[in-house]
Design a protein around this ligand. Structure first.
Ligand code: ADP
Ligand code: MG
Length: 342
């Protein structure tokens, strides 16, 4: 196969809020708006942004739990939005999801053995011996003892439960795992263990990861590239090192500045972005970040900025930082990268 493993084009999801009595127009939640990116085999793409910016909707769109309003999801060359139910069932095998809450995503009445082998049993019957062999193999892959297979989820710690969630996702040997806040409910030390496990598995199998998190420290630890979302749109997409070293979008800069710094000698900017995240039902005109942006110019109130690829390969959607066209760029009086805060 040539080209990226996953290619997402103009993916959009609007939820209509029906059932409001006698309302003339049905309000729409613009949860995901015109999102495009690609992921290569063996790569970790992180999706980061504040609560409500559309990360989980994007995850649900990718695994087709939710149907897109618009856009394409191309996996290994096949457009998943254009195939019939049977073809989709087969395609879905190569894309598995790991959820935030291992407590609610694992059936409490089943043993670990049943839980992690269930995805395979949805496709083929296994004998008792085959099931136990598969379960033992999967448990070893996630660093657990095969002896644990007869226990129910209640007998495992949070970290072990998340390992079971990963074992279950690995059962069908997917080429892509989508992890939505997969370590957010865990203690920091356990977070590191799970992130290391995912990185090791990726080394061994060249599996691709779409890793969704609101936590920039986690993203910096595990990401190869990072997409920053704001109100349903990607505002910056860059290699992890360059994003953290030189954030391009003023919103990325604000997010990074707000991360608690363990190093006491580093000065922390206290007030970063003012105001609340606006509602995705009535997003601001133009650039949705403009009401909170210290750089906002007149154009930002009117025109939605396109995601522009810069000379260093990063893409930024900002009229000021990444103006479209050489004439526009020359007219910009804010040098890139200039620090906006602090
Ligand atoms: P995140 O995971 O980044 O916190 P979500 O994708 O869960 O964000 O939500 C994005 C926006 O879409 C939010 O405003 C949320 O309230 C809205 N939303 C999510 N699911 C639905 C739904 N089924 N119906 C209506 N609105 C929804
Ligand atoms: Mg979410």
């Amino acid at each position: 196969m040539s080209g990226p493993l996953l290619k997402v084009e103009n993916l959009t999801k609007h939820y209509s809020l029906r059932g409001r009595f006698l309302e003339k127009s049905v309000p729409m939640v613009r949860a995901v708006e015109d999102v495009s990116f690609s992921v290569d085999a063996g790569e970790t793409l992180c999706i980061v942004g504040e609560s409500g910016c559309g990360k989980s909707t994007l995850a649900r769109l990718l695994v087709q739990i939710v149907k897109p309003t618009r856009g394409r999801i191309v996996l290994a060359g096949t457009d998943m939005t254009a195939v019939d139910a049977n073809a989709l069932r087969i395609l879905r095998r190569s894309m598995q999801m790991v959820f935030q809450d291992p407590y609610s995503s694992l059936n409490p009445r089943l043993t670990a053995e049943r839980i992690i082998t269930e995805p395979v049993e949805n496709f083929q019957r296994l004998s008792g011996q085959q099931r136990r062999t598969l379960a033992a193999d999967l448990l070893r892959k996630v660093g657990m003892s095969p002896e644990m297979m007869s226990r129910p989820p209640s007998e495992f710690s949070g970290g072990q439960r998340q390992r079971l969630g990963i074992a279950r996702a690995l059962a069908l040997e997917p080429s892509l795992i989508i992890a939505d806040e997969a370590v957010s409910a865990l203690d920091v030390s356990v977070q590191a263990q799970i992130l290391n496990l995912l990185a090791d598995l990726q080394q061994q199998t060249k599996i691709a990861l779409v890793f969704i998190s609101h936590d920039l420290r986690v993203v910096e630890y595990i990401g190869h590239r990072v997409a920053v979302m704001y109100l349903g749109r990607i505002v910056e997409l860059a290699k992890c090192e360059s994003l953290f070293a030189r954030p391009g979008h003023p919103y990325t800069e604000a997010l990074i500045a707000a991360v608690p710094v363990p190093d006491p000698t580093r000065v922390r900017v206290e007030v970063v972005v003012e105001g609340e995240v606006p509602s995705p039902i009535t997003p601001p005109s133009g650039c949705a970040f403009h009401p909170r942006c210290p750089l906002a110019a007149e154009r930002c109130r009117i025109e939605v900025p396109a995601l522009v690829t810069m000379a260093d390969g990063r893409a930024v959607a900002c009229h000021v930082r990444a103006p479209l066209g050489p004439a526009d760029r020359a007219a910009s009086n804010v040098p890139f990268p200039a620090s906006t805060y602090g």
